[in-house]
Write a protein that binds this ligand. Structure first.
Ligand SMILES: *Cc1c(COP(=O)(O)O)cnc(C)c1O
Length: 466
């Protein structure tokens, strides 16, 4: 298994700019003990394991308190941010069906920057997403959102912060809009929920984003991100028990017994719940605050370093440690290719083209290594001939879309396209994405891209592409 992992993203060296939140060995070892102690326990039936029930209720209560909730705020632990969001959207849908008369397909209004879990929820639950462009500063545009509200709107969404550029939306204005139109307002604090309260305590400006804002009905916050807990842990919170009830499910006619479930999954891992409780007890507010200070210091080091490198810039004014790196003069995806070649795992973003950085405790003390490689990457790209031509060409559009995808996806795509075009399945295609331009030049629109991405997903989840 160790041999299988040699090509994995190198998070232990602080070289992943997304996906992993590393609290350091001491905290991780402690949390793992709690996880394995409850490795076999199942939180599906809370009456069988009073321990897990207590841990879950206390994790939810601590999270509610952290996020400005009063004693009426209740919640549920889920497997992750996506499940928290799915449950909140499902609750909003069932609430609207029960308490508001909506004719036709209900709509949810969301800023362009909102997480794909929202359109995913719409696709699962038969709702229509209505996307609204963000402002120049990448924050949601409440005025534009107001103009899209119709008699079919049930839910409006804001993020704290949104993942692409790390900016907190004007939650007070969005919640006010919801309140005045009798709508549900969800705040997605998946990435910020366990960071922003401490960022604010440390004196950085953080706009109001939590239950202290009237009109906020539900929130999501991920323990497996800046909560530094084991994967598979998030919290969804509701303003009161009446709203949460719409997220529940019960089926009473099964020969197997009366079935009730608070989440989308059936069996729920005891380990993820126990680990979250343990790490919260272990760190406490003081522990999270001091980790937040380290992470914000590392973020400032990166921002200062980036400001000194000509050609790259941080987009907008991020409120915490989630950033986008863009450029006005360079092909930023080519910079990404150069960083990949230097061992960094870094995601490509679009509209505008940028690279994503989530700075976390695993980066503390390693920011200079990143800046050194970024400087080298920018230098290498700046001297590459032919870039200008490529940027102007029609192919660049297709190429840019493809180059945002993770390496394994592009490889699978290239192999798929190659075999479809009869080029044969040599597994030896180059790691860089530029050679794909020629092969993928016939890709005319996003619909085709979606089909290709689904093809790639299919190819990657087969035994023959390992
Ligand atoms: C990570 C994230 C999510 C989704 O969480 P998962 O745990 O990946 O399902 C939702 N919203 C935001 C803003 C996020 O950063």
């Amino acid at each position: 298994m160790d041999a299988a992992a040699v090509e994995d993203a190198r998070w232990r060296d602080g070289k992943t700019m997304s996906l992993v939140f590393d609290p350091g060995e001491e905290i991780a070892a402690f949390t793992k003990q709690a996880y394995t102690r409850f490795f076999s326990e199942n939180a599906l039936n809370p009456s069988a394991f009073p321990s897990l029930r207590r841990f879950e209720n206390e994790v939810v209560a601590m999270t509610a308190q952290l996020l400005g909730g009063d004693r009426r705020v209740v919640g549920t632990m889920t497997s992750g941010g996506s499940e928290s969001i799915l449950l909140a959207v499902k609750a909003a849908r069932d609430w609207a069906a029960a308490e508001r008369r909506v004719r036709g397909v209900p709509q949810i209004v969301l800023p362009r920057s909102a997480h794909p879990a929202f359109p995913k929820a719409c696709s699962y639950f038969g709702l229509e997403p209505v996307f609204v462009p963000v402002r120049e500063d990448f924050r949601a545009d409440p005025l534009a959102m107001r103009r899209t509200i119709t008699s079919r709107t049930i839910l409006v969404v804001g993020s704290a912060p949104a993942y692409p550029q790390g900016v907190v939306d004007p939650i007070d204005e969005i919640a006010d809009l919801a309140r005045r139109n009798g709508l549900w307002c969800h705040v997605d604090a998946c990435v910020g929920g366990f960071m922003l309260p401490f960022v604010r305590e440390l004196g950085w400006p953080v706009p109001p984003f939590d239950f202290s804002v009237p009109g906020v009905v539900s929130m999501s916050a991920d323990l497996h991100k800046y909560g530094y807990s084991a994967k598979g842990a998030s919290v969804v919170l509701f303003r009161d028990a009446r709203r949460r009830r719409y997220s529940f499910y019960a089926f009473t006619d099964w020969p197997g017994g009366i079935y009730a479930s608070s989440t989308m999954t059936g069996t729920r891992p005891g380990g993820a719940i126990a680990a979250a409780w343990a790490v919260m007890q272990h760190l406490g507010r003081d522990g999270y605050r001091s980790i937040t200070r380290e992470v914000m210091d590392a973020t400032q080091e990166i921002r200062r370093g980036v400001a000194e490198i000509e050609g790259v810039e941080v987009l907008g004014e991020p409120h915490m440690s989630v950033l986008a790196l863009g450029s006005r003069s360079l092909d930023i995806y080519a910079v990404g290719d150069e960083l990949t070649a230097r061992g960094w795992h870094i995601d490509r973003q679009q509209r505008p083209a940028s690279l994503h950085l989530t700075v976390q405790r695993g980066h503390v003390g390693r920011t200079q290594a990143f800046l050194t490689d970024l400087r080298a990457a920018v230098g290498a790209v700046g001297h590459e001939p032919g870039r200008r031509w490529l940027e102007r060409s029609a192919l660049a559009v297709t190429g840019a879309a493809l180059r945002m995808l993770p390496g394994r996806v592009t490889r699978a795509l290239t192999l798929g396209a190659a075999s479809r075009m009869g080029i044969g399945e040599g597994g030896s295609l180059p790691a860089r994405s530029a050679p794909m331009y020629g092969m993928m030049a016939s890709l005319p629109n996003r619909g085709d891209l979606k089909e290709l991405v689904l093809d790639a997903l299919d190819r990657m989840t087969r035994l023959d592409d390992t």
